[in-house]
Design a protein around this ligand. Structure first.
Ligand code: NAP
Ligand code: G3P
Length: 484
């Protein structure tokens, strides 16, 4: 069992290999979205403490970058094993801290262990190259560039509430394999889960200071962290609003951003409707729709719309609603404000003439799975990301209209196309302005070594294990000049 790093529910930050409380004596209560109980208290650290942590990370990176890659990989592999050994304990933390349903919580941790192991392995295969000069016009054989990959320095990892373990690890592990030190700023709601992840790396043997954590409100310490001159890379996952704000103030610091989405499932007349409905419901409602890659709108051609809606409704009726427990899929949203926002979008659509097929039942921050048909483009839910269990159906006349509406979104994360006509699938895929198109599957990120990226307001840069290691390192060229 991993050690608890807290006393009486007070959690410190991991700084230079020790769990430390803030000298500010200021803490923040993490309240469970499930039952309003106190999960724990986290530190609200001061700017002065941030300066010290960054200085410590800078110092620690000096020896970490010289640690053999095979040793880095050993530590990561051990972390993966520890994570897996503690799957039950950690999934309970996710359940209580972010109301993640049991199956999704277990899957988040197992997937994270697999991610870290795969990253350790992939990191051992990142290699440089030598480039001769004489294939460039005017040059002879008397020059060779030796290109290796070197780390960037300190990576600031900022993760969102919906995957506090996975989306922290997916930044930390590749950054470490590339030889960087990491400062993790976890989501406030999700901090405790993320601090346990830091504990896993710590007991796996990561040297002091190579991974430090800073807890506190993004709105209070975020700007200071981002604009600190010793941060060399920002790896951010979260909302588009915060992402755009960070991009504005970070100036020339390189960054990678995974932001919001409005993933469309396009359904053509020849689709296998049973399979399509199952995929759409799994894609739209898992973890109550709080996934960037959730299916967030359906664009279906008129001739099969009635049948598809009937099938989706029947799949939704099988979803179990309640507090996290075995077999429950729809759990309370992260907070009451999030539920209010989802409700606003539902109310707006109904007021403008949408047809409620099922749902629109609410108990506090728990919203029952809701399906809205006959959504039109004047309704907010046609365009905005609800991050909750509500799915709008937009009926279209033909493929062209589906592509037009799909591309009109400010977002461009993923899209699905459901059809048995592979030519149409590829034709549509080639026209969609998104990072990834799934043919006959729900939108989803995994497997995690695939490239994962958003275009337009959905992000910048490419995640995916090898892509992430490359993004958090850079080529270093040493040119040998000699006489021939
Ligand atoms: P969020 O409110 O944007 O917060 C994300 C992180 O940013 C949190 O750690 C937050 O800290 C921090 N933050 C807030 N203000 C900051 C600032 N000024 N400077 C630096 N950091 C700051 O997002 P969320 O509600 O946690 O997550 C939901 C959103 O993330 C959705 O839009 C979803 O689509 C998106 N998301 C995208 C992907 C993807 O891969 N594309 C994956 C997952 C989620 P606090 O918690 O302390 O505010
Ligand atoms: O929203 C987080 C993102 O990483 C999604 O992953 O597997 O739920 O599609 P997944």
């Amino acid at each position: 069992m991993i050690d608890n790093n807290h006393i009486d529910k007070v959690y410190g930050n991991l700084v230079n290999g020790e769990w430390v409380l803030s000298k500010s004596n200021q803490t923040f209560d993490i309240i469970s979205p499930v039952d309003r109980s106190l999960v724990g208290k986290i530190q609200l650290i001061s700017k002065n403490e941030i300066d010290n942590i960054i200085a410590n990370s800078k110092e620690a990176q000096k020896s970490w970058k010289d640690t053999p890659v095979s040793e880095r990989a050993k530590i990561l592999s051990k972390a993966a094993d520890i994570l897996e050994d503690n799957i039950e304990f950690l999934s309970k933390i996710l359940e209580v801290e972010i109301a993640k349903d049991t199956d999704s919580a277990i899957s988040e941790i197992r997937r994270t262990a697999d991610f870290i192991r795969f990253t350790a392995n992939e990191g051992m295969h990142i290699q440089g190259e030598t480039i001769g000069a004489d294939n460039f016009p005017g040059y002879k054989k008397n020059k060779i560039s030796f290109v290796t990959r070197v780390p960037l320095g300190i990576v600031l990892a900022i993760s969102p509430f919906n995957y506090p373990i996975n989306l922290s690890a997916s930044k930390i592990a590749p950054a470490l394999m590339a030889g960087n030190s990491v400062i993790l700023k976890p989501p406030t709601q999700g901090s405790i889960s993320a601090l346990y992840l830091a504990q896993v790396f710590h007991i796996a043997g990561l040297p002091k200071g190579v991974l430090n954590t800073v807890t506190g409100k993004g709105s209070e310490i975020g700007d200071y962290l981002i604009s600190h001159p010793d941060i060399n890379f920002i790896n951010f996952t979260g909302s588009t609003n915060v992402g755009k704000h960070i991009a504005k103030i970070a100036e020339m610091v390189p960054m990678m951003m995974e932001l919001g989405g409005k993933d469309a499932a396009i359904v053509l007349a020849d689709a296998d409707l049973k399979m399509t409905a199952k995929n759409i419901v799994a894609g739209a409602y898992s973890y109550s729709g709080q996934r960037c890659t959730a299916v967030k709108r359906v664009l279906v051609v008129n001739e099969i719309a009635d049948e598809l809606v009937k099938m989706i409704k029947s799949e939704i009726n099988q979803l179990k609603v309640g507090n996290p427990a075995n077999g429950i899929q729809i759990t309370p949203l992260i907070n009451i404000e999030a539920a209010d926002f989802v409700q606003e979008l539902i109310d707006d659509a109904i007021a403008k003439g949408a047809k409620l097929i099922t749902g629109n039942i609410r108990e506090g921050n728990l919203i029952y799975p809701t399906l809205l048909d006959h959504i039109t483009t004047d309704m907010r839910i046609a365009w905005e990301e609800p991050f909750g269990p509500v799915l709008p159906i937009i009926r279209v006349n033909d493929i062209e209209e589906a592509i037009l509406i799909a591309n009109k979104s400010e977002y461009g994360l993923q899209s699905s196309v459901f059809t048995q006509n592979i030519n149409n699938a590829f034709m549509i895929a080639s026209k969609l302005e998104v990072g990834t198109v799934q043919i006959n599957n729900k939108t989803e990120r995994g497997p995690d070594h695939f490239p994962f990226l958003g275009v337009k307001s959905s992000g910048m840069g490419t995640q995916g294990i090898r892509y992430s290691i490359e993004a958090m390192s850079r080529p270093k060229a040493i040119v040998l000049n000699f006489d021939i």
